[in-house]
Design a protein around this ligand. Structure first.
Ligand SMILES: *[C@@H]1O[C@H](CO)[C@@H](O)[C@H](O)[C@H]1NC(C)=O
Ligand SMILES: *[C@@H]1O[C@H](CO)[C@@H](O)[C@H](O)[C@H]1NC(C)=O
Ligand SMILES: *[C@@H]1O[C@H](CO)[C@@H](O)[C@H](O)[C@H]1NC(C)=O
Ligand SMILES: *[C@@H]1O[C@H](CO)[C@@H](O)[C@H](O)[C@H]1NC(C)=O
Length: 559
């Protein structure tokens, strides 16, 4: 018995020695540049509380430089108990450890339940994602260390994993509560994410990344922005609420403003915002972009308007686009890596260039086959990425609130070669990147689309804010009626009342601008051809009977 005890003590001692020498070895060899954070004397003074505890875990070495001479309080999240123990030392630099545990997710909370295809915009609710209830001094940490799940980018499960979302939200929650803790002199919280994918960029922006070493990602999130993200619904299961401008956020209690010093939660300068659209590869949408700009101005908005265009847009068109209100910027178009040569969406990734418009903080991107019917400036209060639903768990990329960022653009470019888009276009790709998006009301991006099964009349409700013209565009039809009627396959896009709304914008344009929306011979030939086919097959809506008065028919453009 006694011998046995002696024996095992000896073993423990051996392990002890090995561990100490290993950890010293580990200190000296790979991390020489970081050594300054543990001076030799402090290394020597360390009393290891138990053999497996490391006084100098990698995450600590990575954040130490940012918190010089400070005893830090650490919050651990989603770390295995074993892993945690090896960190939970109260060495010379760590004052306190807080372990935040996550409640298990109910099994029926799936990505689909967070992103339903359809919702009742007035009353819908989201399933609950359990987040830790934090209280007292627990919510006053300087550093959060969290392991984030990562199943790779290629599978849907990887990015649409509710547990991954839960971990990211829990980290954000702890960061915000600590950053805004009463009496706190600075609102700085560092987060070290451990995992090969890093955190969800929808919640932790790449701009706030201060360092990355292998699977360790160090972030210094901007706390007010993170707070806004936490106030968003946990999925598109509810309409996202707009927020007041920074500094007047409803969520910030008045007393907080005094306690957390004004300077610390620094309010950004006035947000620089603009509407933006993109034209590439052909002139087919020049008239559309002109009408879009005019509709924005007619809605009463005075915000900047930026148009990105490639070399295919002629100088004559650029003059018109500029006169319509666009500030023009030349771009190189971007080929969709997975689309076929000369396919209709070969160059659709050009849209991604909007993330490079970094002289603005926030942009509302709008497709050029769109008009605005009510002032949409309130969209600038929404965070990236806000959009309207399309189908399944996906959003429609026809209108998007986004935050330009050079690192985000770089990320998009890198991922564009790895992640295939379901339709080869930008929408499919962006939906794999921004899986956690915020739902705008449908009236902002109302599709001109009438499902035959639903037996709806081909009209839209009156409270529209934006209309998305799917199918043949209004300017390639006569103004007398919607020529989508003349093609059986395009009936789903046909609506005279919605067609008319576009022409009302046109009517208010100057003659100079109307000149960009003329008909040319080819366009007219195509309309007439389909009118004859419709007549021949006696299409029951009988639009082919309508006598055409559109003056553009008599003044065909020469091209
Ligand atoms: C999950 O199940 C619970 C309990 O049965 C229920 O209250 C809740 O509505 C369900 N959630 C979803 C998203 O189906
Ligand atoms: C278009 O305008 C640019 C700059 O104003 C000029 O450099 C270019 O030569 C023009 N191109 C044509 C085809 O006129
Ligand atoms: C790609 O761009 C073209 C032209 O701009 C547009 O007609 C088409 O709808 C886009 N396709 C997708 C899938 O986004
Ligand atoms: C009209 O329909 C008939 C038979 O359905 C066909 O033979 C004829 O070619 C059609 N004419 C036109 C102009 O499409």
């Amino acid at each position: 018995m006694g011998a046995k005890t002696h024996n095992s003590r000896g073993k423990i001692f051996m392990i002890y020695l090995i561990l100490i020498s290993l950890s010293l070895f580990g200190l000296i060899l790979p991390f020489k540049p970081l050594l300054k954070i543990t001076s030799p004397s402090s290394t020597l003074r360390i009393n290891l509380p138990s053999p497996q505890v490391s006084q100098n875990p990698k995450w600590l070495r990575l954040v130490r430089d940012y918190l010089p001479g400070k005893k830090i309080q650490v919050g651990f999240l989603n770390l295995e108990e074993k892993e945690r123990e090896s960190y939970e030392a109260r060495g010379p630099s760590i004052l306190k450890n807080v372990h935040v545990s996550l409640d298990p997710l109910p099994e029926n909370v799936t990505w689909k339940s967070l992103y339903p295809e359809w919702i009742n915009e007035e009353v819908s609710n989201c399933p609950e994602i359990p987040l830790p209830k934090l209280q007292g001094s627990d919510v006053d940490v300087d550093v959060i260390v969290a392991r984030v799940p990562c199943d790779g980018w290629s599978e849907n499960k990887g990015v649409r994993d509710v547990f991954r979302l839960q971990v990211n939200l829990a980290v954000a929650n702890l960061a915000v509560q600590s950053g805004m803790a009463m009496g706190r002199v600075d609102a700085t919280v560092y987060v070290v994410f451990i995992g090969s994918c890093g955190p969800m960029h929808e919640i932790f922006k790449c701009d706030e990344r201060v360092r990355r070493v292998d699977d360790y990602w160090v972030y210094k999130p901007y706390i007010p922005r993170l707070k806004q993200k936490l106030l968003m619904p946990v999925g598109s299961c509810r309409i996202a609420p707009p927020f007041a401008q920074f500094g007047q956020e409803a969520w910030r209690p008045k007393t907080d403003v005094k306690l957390a010093s004004e300077a610390s939660i620094a309010l950004p300068r006035r947000l620089r915002v603009a509407y933006v659209t993109v034209l590439h590869s052909s002139e087919a949408y020049v008239c559309g972009a002109i009408a879009l700009a005019q509709s924005i101005r007619q809605s009463g908005s005075h915000k900047d308007m930026i148009l990105l265009h490639d070399h295919t847009i002629t100088n004559r068109s650029l003059i018109g686009l500029s006169a319509a209100g666009w500030n023009l910027r030349l771009i190189d178009r971007i080929r969709s890596p997975f689309s076929k040569k000369d396919s209709y969406n070969e160059w659709n990734y050009s849209k991604l260039r909007v993330w490079q418009v970094t002289d603005y903080d926030k942009l509302v991107f709008i497709d050029a086959d769109f008009i605005i019917l009510k002032k949409l400036d309130h969209l600038f209060y929404y965070p990236q990425l806000s959009a309207s639903g399309n189908d399944k768990v996906l959003f429609n990329s026809g209108i998007m609130v986004l935050e330009p960022s050079e690192c985000m653009f770089k990320d998009l470019m890198e991922k564009s070669f790895k992640i295939e888009s379901y339709n080869g276009g930008d929408q499919g790709f962006l939906n794999e990147i921004f899986v956690w998006w915020h739902r705008l009301p449908k009236r902002v991006n109302t599709m001109k689309y009438f499902d035959e099964k639903s037996q709806r009349t081909h009209d839209l409700p009156e409270n529209l804010e934006g209309v998305h013209y799917l199918g043949l565009k209004p300017w390639v039809c006569y103004r007398d009626y919607d020529c989508n009627w003349d093609m059986s396959a395009r009936r789903v896009f046909a609506s005279d009342s919605v067609h008319e709304k576009w022409w009302k914008v046109y009517d208010k344009m100057s003659d100079q601008l109307k000149g960009y929306c003329g008909l040319n011979k080819n366009m007219e030939k195509r309309i007439e051809k389909w009118r004859r086919i419709a007549e021949n097959s006696s299409l029951p809506d009988r639009h082919w009977e309508i006598e055409v008065r559109d003056p553009r028919k008599k003044n065909l453009l020469v091209q």
